[in-house]
Design a protein around this ligand. Structure first.
Ligand code: SF4
Length: 65
């Protein structure tokens, strides 16, 4: 387990609406807490149905917050 927080303006899987992993937003939805070793599935992006780490990314990123 390795938790960290990143801004929701970063374009990576953890902040993408297509990602199914765990990302816990703060009260303002400006930061999210993630575990960098926990994967989530990409649903509909470049890596559809693949397990993605939160710090990965692709050109189909879409804002979640
Ligand atoms: S691979 Fe792309 S579309 Fe899929 S979750 Fe990550 S940033 Fe979003």
């Amino acid at each position: 387990m390795s938790k960290t927080s990143i801004p929701t303006t970063m374009h990576n899987c953890a902040t993408c609406r297509r990602w199914t992993g765990t990302a816990i937003p703060n009260a303002f939805c400006s930061w999210v807490e993630i575990d960098v070793h926990e994967t989530g599935k990409c649903m509909g992006g470049t890596y559809h149905m693949c397990s993605m780490y939160p710090m990965q990314s692709c050109s189909k990123w879409e804002a979640r917050w």
